[in-house]
Design a protein around this ligand. Structure first.
Ligand SMILES: [Zn+2]
Length: 127
């Protein structure tokens, strides 16, 4: 079995950073969910005059903007959970595709990174 190339101290640091980010994202998605609920009830209570139409349209814009944030936050949360699992099973810091070591600098910027730079670039080029 492949063993994480990071020291226990480094793993602890990344685990803490991931945990903090996870809490932030969980709170953010919860707030967005509450806002969605608020927007929905505002839309069902309203009257159908012209002013309301303008408001409804700006709500729709706001709604799609929030949906985008929500989708990103949910994806990032999933990436963080996968990173925490890799810390638990000892493969954190290794590229999930090629098994190469992910540079520390990359993990510091993006602790949930699961690809080395070369694989991430290949993945981005395919998109
Ligand atoms: Zn790789």
């Amino acid at each position: 079995m492949t063993v994480s190339p990071l020291s226990p101290t480094q793993l602890h640091t990344f685990e803490t950073a991931l945990g903090v980010r996870r809490i932030e994202l969980t709170e953010q998605t919860q707030r967005l969910a509450d806002t969605f609920a608020g927007v929905q009830s505002a839309r069902t209570d309203g009257s159908a005059d012209g002013a309301h139409d303008a408001e409804a349209s700006s709500l729709r814009t706001e709604w799609s903007r929030m949906s985008g944030f929500q989708a990103e936050a949910v994806q990032e949360l999933a990436a963080i959970d996968r990173a925490l699992l890799r810390i638990a099973d000892g493969t954190y810091g290794l590229c999930v595709r090629g098994g190469e070591r992910i540079p520390d600098g990359r993990l510091e910027i993006k602790p949930a990174a699961d690809l080395c730079i070369a694989c991430a670039e290949k993945a981005a080029a395919r998109r």
